[in-house]
Design a protein around this ligand. Sequence first.
Ligand SMILES: Nc1nc2c(ncn2[C@@H]2O[C@H](COP(=O)(O)OP(=O)(O)OP(=O)(O)O)[C@@H](O)[C@H]2O)c(=O)[nH]1
Ligand SMILES: [Mg+2]
Length: 181
Amino acid sequence: MEDDVLTTLKILIIGESGVGKSSLLLRFTDDTFDPELADTAGQERFRTLTPSYYRGAQGVILVYDVTRRDTFTKLDNWLNELETYCTRNDLIKMLVGNKIDKENRELDRNEGLKFARKHSMLFIEASAKTRDGVQCAFEELVEKIIQTPGLWESETQGRGVQLGRQDQAAGGSCGGYCSLV
Ligand SMILES: Nc1nc2c(ncn2[C@@H]2O[C@H](COP(=O)(O)OP(=O)(O)OP(=O)(O)O)[C@@H](O)[C@H]2O)c(=O)[nH]1
Ligand SMILES: [Mg+2]
């Protein structure tokens, strides 16, 4: 059987504890949300991410919580870590401001957008609870990875993975909902 192109797709989801990384993934894969998911926000956790966690990733989703400024401030640390450990410099980054369903916002959309633009990231606001923006975040990221041939070539070492040339009309699958900044 031929290699499926998806078997070589590696996307990381990183960000401070409690921002909703697991919830976003659960929403995307199972279309469910668990409000009881252990909220470890504010707890110090052991550093479990190793260089091998980062190795070979083609995409990364950086998540912050729009109701917690500290999670936004810490994005710089996450970017530094990415730079240190990531084996590629053409990796696609998506910034996600999560929990927009909540009323106690500390960050408006423009702050996220500005940060994303500064660091050449895609950007979207989302809610794992209400589904807002979740599918779009993943789909836009995958689409952008697929549109960046260099991300495939070195991984497959010229074994000629055939990407279906889908209609790559402007705007992407979410009608331009995500901003390519
Ligand atoms: N209101 C609301 N709550 C959310 C949202 N996303 C996650 N939560 C809640 O926030 C808490 C933390 O979510 P997690 O998905 O566990 O966060 P995490 O980033 O995986 O945290 P760690 O695994 O500790 O790094 C849970 O109680 C979730 O139910 C959201 O979009 N809206
Ligand atoms: Mg988690």
